[in-house]
Design a protein around this ligand. Structure first.
Ligand SMILES: C[S@@+](CC[C@H](N)C(=O)[O-])C[C@H]1O[C@@H](n2cnc3c(N)ncnc32)[C@H](O)[C@@H]1O
Length: 276
């Protein structure tokens, strides 16, 4: 993931990892991964979670990252070569709804920020379609193997810019028509239901909130144009966008600290094991 994303602020004053890296490390840390694990990272992108998780695995283990989109695999493969992990890691283009691995292949399956909203309505707390992703995860896990899924509960920066759109440019709406969108906003209660419904045991959920800092307003604005692209791409008039930016920068002062623009992000990590 690009380094321009907001970074964890350390009391030392030095910036920490960016939030993608930080939450990948948290998921890998909280998951049970044995040193000889065969591990699957679902929705791997550039292997962000896979590399963190594979730090727990010795030469006898193996890690595979799958993603429906292969564009970021190049960065992942380059990183595997750089680390000397070519024999330990593979990237495969694959849809998580139809995983092409045999039944009971993996000890651990991780899926960070992949989004369960195609199957589950987190507002109404009910399934909207059959949950093929969790069924596939259950199928490919070995008995007593563990799944770990990470989800966004709140991204206060994205929610705030979406609210600014509603306030200053109300003609531009979220594509979903459901108010604030841009990312799949989920919750720990829904994650529990998803794992219970999938037949998992020993379900535990871990929710955490962390502050991240963008050093400059200009960097933050570029981050928002990327993260809230759903709104920004609708504004074709540059003057309108400039006026909006001026207004947003005035309001942004409340989030300005000596180290930069600070917002919090809340995630929920849910774990379950396959019954033996
Ligand atoms: C927000 S990224 C998260 C990347 C990484 N897990 C992380 O935490 O940094 C979500 C990824 O899930 C992938 N994805 C979404 N639906 C998928 C599916 N059905 N099968 C495989 N990958 C999927 C997307 O292509 C994207 O790369």
């Amino acid at each position: 993931m690009e380094e321009f994303w907001a970074c964890l602020y350390r009391p030392s004053g030095h910036p920490g990892p960016n939030y993608w890296t930080y939450f990948a490390e948290r998921l890998a840390h909280l998951a049970t991964i044995s040193s000889e694990a065969t591990l699957l990272d679902l929705g791997t992108c550039d292997g962000n979670v896979l590399f963190k998780a594979m730090k727990k695995v010795t030469a006898r283990g193996y890690g595979i990252g799958i993603d429906i989109d292969y564009d970021d695999f190049y960065a992942g493969v380059a990183e595997a070569i750089r680390r000397g992990w070519k024999e330990k890691i593979a990237f495969v283009q694959m849809d998580a709804n139809r995983i092409g691995f045999q039944t009971e292949t993996f000890h651990t399956v991780l899926a960070n920020f992949v989004g369960w909203d195609d199957y589950y309505d987190f507002d109404r707390m009910e399934f909207i379609s059959s949950d093929k992703m969790v069924s596939e995860i259950m199928r490919i896990l070995r008995p007593s193997g563990q799944v770990g899924i990470g989800t966004w509960v709140e991204q206060s920066d994205i929610d705030w810019i979406a609210e600014a759109f509603m306030k200053y440019l109300p003609e531009y709406k979220a594509a979903s028509g459901k108010g604030i969108a841009c990312y799949s906003k989920e919750n720990p209660e829904g994650q529990k239901v998803i794992l219970q419904n999938g037949g998992f045991d020993n379900i535990r959920v871990h929710v955490e909130t962390t502050d991240f800092v963008s050093p400059y307003a200009g960097t933050w604005w570029r981050q928002m144009k990327h993260a809230a692209n759903e709104y920004f791409r609708q504004v074709s008039d540059p003057e309108k966008l400039d006026g909006f930016k001026d207004q947003v920068f005035v309001d942004l002062h409340q989030f300005q600290y000596p180290e930069g623009i600070r917002f919090s992000k809340t995630v929920s990590f849910a774990f379950g094991t396959k019954p033996t």
